[in-house]
Ligand binder design. Structure first.
Ligand code: GLA
Ligand code: ZN
Length: 673
């Protein structure tokens, strides 16, 4: 466990208060009172650290790190490239990003820099080296926090300047070797898009090319590569002077960058979580989304991750920003731990007096010191995490199910012109995962590049793109005994968005032959029955026939494709493959997966049925088994038939029935068998 305990604290931005030493002393005192043991320092502090080019002012940071050390508070030290000082953009305007339409950004906001620019890279390396030299060896500094939310700059995360365009062409040359290869991979014969010179290739943009989906895909891959390379350059630089591990904070369902690629360069995964709690009285959709995102983060390395940011109360960037209702702060913090986090960190410690985020939730508000509901909630979390630290230490989630979540598939399926233009990949992923969550069955979220061994069940909703080798991997997984679930509009194209011709790549495994795909309007909605209950066929209805030997579990009930298979199961080797020809609702997926879980031999850690709004997640290791039972209902519930456990907080024995208060998370513990 990094730092030796569950980290609790968050973004600390004292560079806003350098003229007020009394504020800083109060901060330290209140951090102790709130059970804070770790802060992230210097995230946007470039202007305070280097007020003029080459003139560094580090004493203030030195003083803070020293004082924190005296108080046993650890530091996650940031490189300050999250925002650029004005002297930098004034002297070197070429460091500012160019938009897709060719206009260069003006100074301001944050990020907003070109990841290719040699000047930006040089200036970054200089400040990083200075910081690493001075603070990289300090006892209480435990981790590098590279920049901030890379790629997240209020819009397009990429830069379209001439340097980036040239780098893109070089990247393409390396990938395709010849223009002939590129032209055929991108199908440029259509609409006379054939390139005869590399210089003719431009990044996608509003007044330019947006219709070449293969170009857009490669641009997204290239941009990821460029940003990952920038991040890795920063990591190499700080590591010249210090031995600390490095992270970069990721974001919620962030489509702009392939985080699988980004994750490769990092030692530890961390991310910033801002769920929309209390959007509706039913918190389940929000809880499912947050759980999915935690799982994505954990699955990159299959190791505990860090929750680097979250809000202790409300946020300030949605149209309306509800405060966390009593109990929700603790519950959402515990949810992170339940799904594999070894920290609970906030944005931010103290509200600034001015600036864009002055009304965003923080541990300390503008006027009340520790006398607030938020502070009290935070202190309670601090106390609980300290108590649970040694229990959670060396444990990690090891689910036996996986959901395929792949960025390249995400890009491709949403960019393509197809049966519908409103397909939302994450909606499909969440719809399926919700059935897992409700059953208390955990899942990893992995890309098509992952190793599937060890999983009993793999679900691949809307798996439009099949990457090289993917069909063979699934075939082997199933024939070795795995259960595979997939849906319509899967296995359509390869990695450059070229349609497969001839048989569907998994026709033998799925046992179906696909023919057409309907995207009916609501009035034409079709239906199918599964085990005696009727369900709607939503969004997409694929039409085809089952091959001999394939079990047809449901058929469409109306229209010209009445009688065609809607749900099928095919045994293949030692395993089986399910195919859902139509988009489905929550009720169907709940009923369907109940059967699938049984077939795959998957049960939740309590071995019992969970009431609505309650889920369970399991961490094991070091001879212990922990089950986090979470009630997302704003009312008490009880879970029956749980067996015999110890309550990890109180040490009390808990047997048979577990009563949960509204928004409560109970941690149950057992010696592992
Ligand atoms: C992000 C950023 C923070 C802050 C918060 C506000 O996660 O990293 O600097 O802007 O959002 O929610
Ligand atoms: Zn650029």
């Amino acid at each position: 466990m990094l730092g030796g305990h569950i980290l609790h604290g968050g973004d600390y931005n004292p560079d806003q208060w350098l003229g007020c030493p009394e504020v800083f002393e109060e901060d330290v005192r209140l951090m102790k009172a709130a059970g804070v043991n770790c802060v992230s320092l210097g995230i946007f502090a470039w202007a305070a650290l280097e007020p003029e080019e080459g003139r560094y002012e580090l004493d203030w940071m030195d003083h803070i790190i020293t004082r924190l050390e005296q108080e046993n508070i650890q530091v996650v030290l940031a490189t300050p490239t999250g925002a650029m000082p004005h002297w930098l953009t004034e002297k070197y305007p070429e460091v500012m990003q160019v938009q897709a339409d060719g206009r260069r950004n003006l100074p301001g906001k944050r990020h907003n820099f070109c990841y290719t620019s040699p000047v930006m890279r040089r200036k970054t390396a200089e400040i990083d080296r200075v910081l690493a030299k001075r603070f990289g060896g300090r006892k209480n500094v435990i981790l590098w926090h590279i920049s901030n939310e890379l790629g997240g700059n209020f819009g397009d995360s990429t830069c379209h300047c001439e340097l980036c365009q040239a780098a893109f062409r070089e990247w393409l040359k390396k990938k395709y070797k010849t223009l002939d290869n590129l032209n055929s991979a991108w199908w440029n014969y259509f609409w006379s898009h054939t390139y005869t010179d590399w210089e003719q290739i431009h990044s996608p943009g509003p007044y330019g090319e947006t219709t070449s989906t293969a170009l857009v895909l490669d641009w997204r891959r290239f941009s990821t590569e460029q940003i990952a390379d920038f991040c890795e350059m920063e990591i190499r630089t700080v590591k010249e002077e210090s031995n600390l591990p490095a992270t970069a904070n990721f974001m919620y369902f962030f489509k702009g960058l392939d985080y699988n690629r980004m994750a490769r360069g990092l030692d530890i995964i961390s991310w910033d979580n801002y769920p929309f709690w209390h959007k509706t009285k039913d918190e389940v959709p929000t809880a499912v989304k947050a759980a999915a995102n935690h799982n994505i983060m954990r699955s990159f390395k299959k190791e505990p991750f860090l929750l680097m940011e979250s809000t202790p109360s409300g946020i300030s960037w949605r149209e309306y920003n509800p405060l966390k209702r009593p109990g929700m702060h603790m519950l959402s913090c515990m949810q992170a731990i339940a799904h594999g986090s070894d920290s609970v960190q906030y944005f931010q410690w103290r509200k600034g007096r001015g600036g864009f985020e002055k009304f965003h939730g923080a541990v300390l508000d503008h006027r009340n010191g520790k006398n607030t509901r938020t502070f009290h909630d935070v202190a309670e979390v601090g106390e609980r995490l300290a108590r649970l630290s040694s229990v959670v230490d060396k444990t990690v989630n090891r689910p036996e199910a996986a959901v395929i979540f792949d960025w390249e598939n995400w890009w491709a399926v949403e960019d393509t012109q197809g049966p519908r233009l409103d397909l939302k990949y994450t909606d499909w992923i969440l719809a399926h995962y919700r059935a897992f969550w409700e059953a208390g069955i955990e899942a990893d979220f992995v890309s098509m590049d992952a190793d599937l061994t060890g999983y009993r069940l793999v679900a691949a909703p809307l798996n439009y793109m099949y990457k090289e080798g993917w069909a063979d991997k699934v075939r082997k997984f199933v024939s070795d005994g795995g259960v595979f679930v997939t849906t319509c509009f899967s296995g359509e194209v390869n990695e450059t968005d070229l349609c497969f011709t001839g048989r569907h790549p998994l026709e033998d495994v799925l046992g179906i032959v696909k023919e057409e795909i309907d995207a009916p309007s609501e009035e034409f909605e079709n239906r199918f029955s599964y085990k005696g209950t009727e369900y709607p066929a939503r969004c997409l209805c694929e039409i085809g026939r089952a091959k001999e030997g394939t079990e047809v579990l449901s058929v469409y009930e109306s229209d010209f494709y009445a009688g065609c298979p809607a749900v099928t199961r095919n045994s293949c080797g030692k395993g089986s493959a399910y195919y859902l020809a139509a988009g489905a609702d929550t009720a169907f997926l709940r009923a369907f997966y109940k059967d699938v879980f049984e077939e795959a031999g998957l049960k939740n850690a309590l071995g019992t049925e969970l009431p609505y709004g309650v889920t369970a997640a399991e961490r094991t290791g070091d001879g212990r088994k922990l089950v986090f039972v979470m009630n997302f209902n704003n009312e008490p519930v009880s879970v029956e038939g749980i067996g015999r456990w110890t309550d990890a907080d109180s040490g009390a024995v808990c047997e048979g029935e577990l009563k949960l208060r509204e928004f409560q998370c109970v941690v149950l513990e057992k010696q592992a068998e």
